[in-house]
Write a protein that binds this ligand. Structure first.
Ligand code: BV8
Ligand code: ZN
Length: 259
């Protein structure tokens, strides 16, 4: 376990974030690790015995939709039992504040939205901050034929292809409404993310290995446009050397100290 970041780094990060008019936050699986959601690549990061790159692909779904749905059904069940952690909640509270704080997440677990709902506790929100889900959501399905999209938290019966979820409108097989490897991201969402990054004075990067593209480019584009990068991650990543501050530690411990 790495030593916690020195107080002066935390103080400097708080000052950097406190002075910024506009902030974009890029999060990855590490922000949900403290909620019990396994990461993709860190220790214990394997999703059961499957590698994301093998199953989160159109080819895997075409080859064996039952196996892919079994994997997503398992992840849906696991994530449904996870609650937003102190990092999600601190970011949600920060978004309700006076400044535009935007969250761009690679995660499909919906925990940033859940945190916002918790903070608002049913009351309407006042934030101008956005939550952009670059890679879709575990809790949405899309029809493989008519492209109908539905919110869905139902358990998946993957015992046979016939028992997999099918479209109420056209009867075709449904798929998880997530972006698989080799698939393009939603152009509007990605364009919006890059626009926010280009305007940000600070980009806070929490819990990503910065390997997956084009998501990781949101941080590098922000830096290229002049933003200061502040990173929170127990491990070194390709962004660490370009970050103004790279805080070694867990999101649930550090993020609440920063915002
Ligand atoms: C595309 C949804 C093109 C599914 C996911 C260059 C440019 C463009 C593409 C590529 C490129 N190079 C390679 C590619 C191909 C590929 C790619 O990036 N491959 C990687 C493996 C190299 N990219 C794509 O295929 C993308 N598509 O570009 O299409 C195109 C264009 C036009 C037309 C056709 C095609 C699509 C990528 C999206 C894939 N879908 N998820 C699902 O979830 O099932 S990606 C998946 O990885 C998750 O979304 C995850 O969030 C994401 C990134 O991983 P991280 O979030 O960073 O998680 P990871 O486990 O890696 O790291 C966790 C970090 O947290 C670690 O650093 C760890 O230290 C830290 N941590 C641990 N505990 C804590 C912590 N931090 C803080 N606190 C803690 N407690
Ligand atoms: Zn349909």
């Amino acid at each position: 376990m790495s030593a916690p970041p020195p107080h002066r780094h935390i103080r400097r990060a708080r000052e950097t974030l406190g002075e910024a008019e506009t902030v974009v936050v890029l999060t990855g699986a590490g922000v949900s690790a403290d909620s019990g959601v396994p990461t993709f690549r860190g220790q214990g990061g394997l999703w059961r015995e499957h590698r994301p790159e093998d199953l989160a692909t159109p080819a895997a779904f075409a080859r064996d939709p039952r196996l892919v749905w079994e994997w997503y059904g398992w992840r849906r069940e696991l994530v449904s039992a996870c609650a937003p952690n102190a990092a999600h909640l601190a970011l949600a509270r920060w978004q309700e504040g006076p400044r535009p704080i935007h969250i761009v997440t690679q995660n499909v677990d919906g925990l940033h939205r859940l945190a916002r709902d918790r903070i608002r506790d049913g009351a309407g929100g006042s934030t101008t901050g956005e939550i952009l889900e670059l890679h879709g959501s575990l809790f949405r399905t899309r029809c493989t034929c008519c492209a109908a999209v539905e919110n869905s938290r139902a358990p998946i019966d993957a015992t046979s292809e016939a028992s997999l979820p099918h479209c109420g409108a056209c009867g075709a097989l449904l798929r998880p409404d997530v972006v698989w490897f080799g698939e393009p991201l939603d152009a509007h969402v990605l364009d919006r993310a890059f626009r926010l990054a280009a305007r940000a004075e600070v980009c806070l990067v929490v819990g990503t290995s910065a390997i997956v593209q084009p998501a990781a480019a949101v941080a590098t584009e922000a830096a290229r446009a002049g933003a200061a990068l502040v990173e929170v991650n127990p491990e070194v990543t390709p962004l660490s050397r370009v970050a103004r501050l790279s805080l070694r530690g867990r999101a649930a411990e550090i993020v609440p100290l920063l915002v």
